[in-house]
Design a protein around this ligand. Structure first.
Ligand SMILES: [Zn+2]
Length: 289
């Protein structure tokens, strides 16, 4: 187990450190709470090690869809603005898509699924094995749409964040259903703002990622993969030719339309954000009502 993790992990019931540490089980001396340790990882969920919701994909600043690349840039900016000593928790880290950004940082990763890349498996909406005000930065990259009970999770994240600390979120909007059936929501930026306030956060930054060319491309790919195969053969070939023609026309427009961009939804005045980036702050003198 990472030394950092073993130094801050506590019993979710009484918030005291685990006093009995065996190889495959840790036990709370106060109330007998037990957590299973699998290959050095505390497992607080019932998800089996074999449950892999999605396959590992190589990630990087120039890899994946334009949305993914925009996420990378956004997160890198947020992390590089942090203090050297900042304690960071990547929530719903999966296969460690952004792990490269956290290299040489005080960083832990958690997911409901015990992927090989995570430091611990835990559903923070239900079980919170850390003390209040522990982390300087919490990261929630493309996770919120996959959390059915998102209110509980946001409550836990607020609890875990140090006053003055920040919660960084990326969440898709005009992105198709993915990681099915574990895909539950799309949030408008109005909802995101209300959610932040409702859970005690201040919205320091809210930006949409807009990319009309990518958006059209998604529509074209939808036609290609989900509609064309259902057409009878001569019509299918005809439709394919039309699509190639349209793609050619759109390519001609590219120099004028340009690449994807990040902008405040109020300024962009475009209702079709691919997704949103947020930086929320826990106020230093936040009073829980
Ligand atoms: Zn306890």
């Amino acid at each position: 187990m990472k030394e950092l993790l073993s130094s801050i992990l506590v019993c979710p019931n009484c918030k005291k450190p685990f006093s009995i540490k065996e190889e495959t089980i840790w036990r709370c001396g106060q109330d007998g709470y037990e957590v299973r340790i699998h290959e050095g990882k505390p497992i607080f969920t019932s998800m089996p090690e074999t449950a892999h919701v999605y396959e590992k994909v190589e990630r990087g600043p120039e890899q994946g869809t334009p949305w993914r690349q925009a996420n990378w840039k956004f997160l890198q900016n947020q992390v590089s603005g942090q203090d050297k000593e900042a304690l960071i928790l990547d929530v719903g880290s999966g296969h460690g898509d952004f792990a490269q950004i956290f290299a040489n940082r005080n960083y832990l990763s958690v997911d409901i699924v015990p992927y090989p890349e995570v430091d611990l498996a835990c559903d923070l909406g239900e079980v919170v094995p850390f003390k209040e005000n522990t982390f300087d930065l919490l990261v929630l990259m493309n996770v919120l749409e996959h959390v059915y009970h998102f209110h509980q999770l946001l409550d836990s994240l607020f609890y875990l964040l140090k006053p003055g600390g920040s919660l960084v979120i990326a969440v898709p909007f005009m992105i198709k259903v993915h990681q099915a059936p574990f895909d539950f929501y799309r949030y408008t930026h109005y909802t995101l703002q209300d959610l932040a306030k409702e859970h005690g956060f201040e919205v320091e930054l809210l930006e949409g990622y807009y990319d009309p060319i990518f958006f059209v491309g998604e529509g074209m790919r939808n036609l290609k993969f989900w509609v064309l195969p259902k057409l009878s053969r001569p019509i299918r070939w005809f439709a394919r030719g039309i699509l190639i023609f349209i793609e050619g026309l759109i390519n001609l427009l590219k120099p004028f339309i340009g690449k994807g961009f990040v902008k405040s939804p109020d300024l962009a005045k475009n209702p079709a954000a691919i997704g949103y980036h947020l930086m929320l702050r826990k106020r230093v003198n936040s009073v829980v009502e």
